[in-house]
Ligand binder design. Structure first.
Ligand SMILES: [Ca+2]
Ligand SMILES: [Ca+2]
Length: 359
């Protein structure tokens, strides 16, 4: 009887669990407020993206895709992106369009677009539309001018969205080319919103965090600002005097992995994690791979590092150096695990987190 009551109570807690409550920071206020989590870049337990490109992108005749580029790079958390050539012609008739399919319906009120490279003789513009069923569309922005390396945020009345259509136009020129680095989507902080992000749901939990300490780095807040074109810069670091950034997640999180989005190459880079207070007398940092191997990432590399098992982490440290003008951290991301349903119910009982180790 007592056992049945406990089971019922646990079930009730799970049923009534926080449908909309979340610890994520709210950005903005009123109807424009949103949670600081990019839900277009959500990773499963193998760190594979859960959103995808819906169907084949359309390129009008004359428009060319840069070798090695792909529309999926619009939603990979990385500075590299969808790189299109010859977007312009005298008639302004050329365009390219693609559609992102989110992993589920979310109540969104904000989209952001980051451009990595723009070269146009004429004018280039783009359009964003959203839909929850791929049939009825709402135009978020009908025609917005593009400037180089600019981050475009768009807010709109909160609505349910599963599809985001992105179209680029060019006019009057000869060889306009454009790289769209990343399109991000944010859930409205309003009552009853669908898909309100939770810490254990496979999202980047570092967005918006400022490093708690740094050495030989400039523009440190850009390393976790959610903008795939802005970066923290190494300044004056060397093999004997490495650059360092330390972040505090704010609680002990179970992570699937870490992604370091790069711009410009590194001679050496290592990432460490710990649950110990780094300001305390005893702090044991664990490298996320063999410490004798450096992470010699080059520009645009994903630098995705998957833990063998979900790992409890509170603090993350980047350490490294690079040649002149190199070694930029575009975005450091830490992805929480997505627990299996059976494990979730065990977690609800509390104190059984260790059972999350390899099944
Ligand atoms: Ca990208
Ligand atoms: Ca950034």
């Amino acid at each position: 009887m007592k056992r049945a009551l406990i089971v019922a109570a646990v079930a009730a807690v799970m049923m009534a669990g926080p449908a909309t409550a979340t610890d994520y920071t709210v950005i903005g206020s009123g109807s424009a407020a949103y949670y600081s989590v990019n839900v277009a870049y959500r990773l499963d337990a193998d760190m594979m993206p859960m959103s995808s490109i819906f169907g084949e992108p359309f390129l009008s005749p004359g428009v060319a895709l840069q070798s090695g580029s792909d529309a999926s790079q619009l939603i990979d958390g990385n500075r590299s992106g969808w790189y299109l050539r010859n977007l312009e012609d005298a008639q302004g008739s050329r365009y390219a369009t693609t559609t992102i399919e989110l992993d589920q319906v979310y109540t969104l009120n904000t989209l952001t677009v980051a451009f990595a490279d723009v070269q146009a003789q004429g004018t280039m513009t783009y359009q964003l539309r959203v839909s929850d069923d791929n049939e009825n569309w709402y135009t978020v922005t009908p025609s917005a001018s593009i400037t180089n390396r600019v981050f475009h945020p768009y807010s709109f009345a909160a609505m349910d969205v599963k599809y985001i259509e992105y179209t680029i136009y060019g006019s009057i020129g000869a060889q306009g080319h454009l790289t769209t680095a990343e399109i991000s989507a944010f859930v409205a902080a309003v009552e009853g919103a669908k898909g309100v992000p939770q810490h254990e749901d496979g999202y980047n939990i570092l967005m918006g965090k400022t490093p708690i300490s740094s050495k030989n780095f400039a523009d440190i807040t850009r390393s976790t600002n959610g903008n795939a074109t802005e970066y923290a810069r190494l300044v004056g670091a060397s093999a004997d005097n490495m650059g360092e950034l330390v972040y505090d997640i704010g609680y002990d999180a179970w992570l699937t992995g870490i992604q370091v989005s790069m711009w410009a190459g590194w001679d050496h880079l290592q990432v460490y994690v710990t649950t110990d207070d780094p300001t305390g007398s005893v702090c044991q940092w664990t490298p996320i791979r063999d410490a004798t191997q450096s992470l010699a990432l080059t520009a645009g590399d994903d630098g995705k590092f998957l833990f063998d098992d979900p790992t409890q982490v509170r603090y993350i440290k980047i350490e490294g150096y690079a040649g002149a003008l190199n070694g930029h951290v575009v975005e450091l991301m830490a992805f929480a695990t997505i627990p299996e349903p059976a494990t979730m119910s065990l977690l609800a009982l509390g104190g059984l987190a260790l059972l999350r180790r390899k099944r």
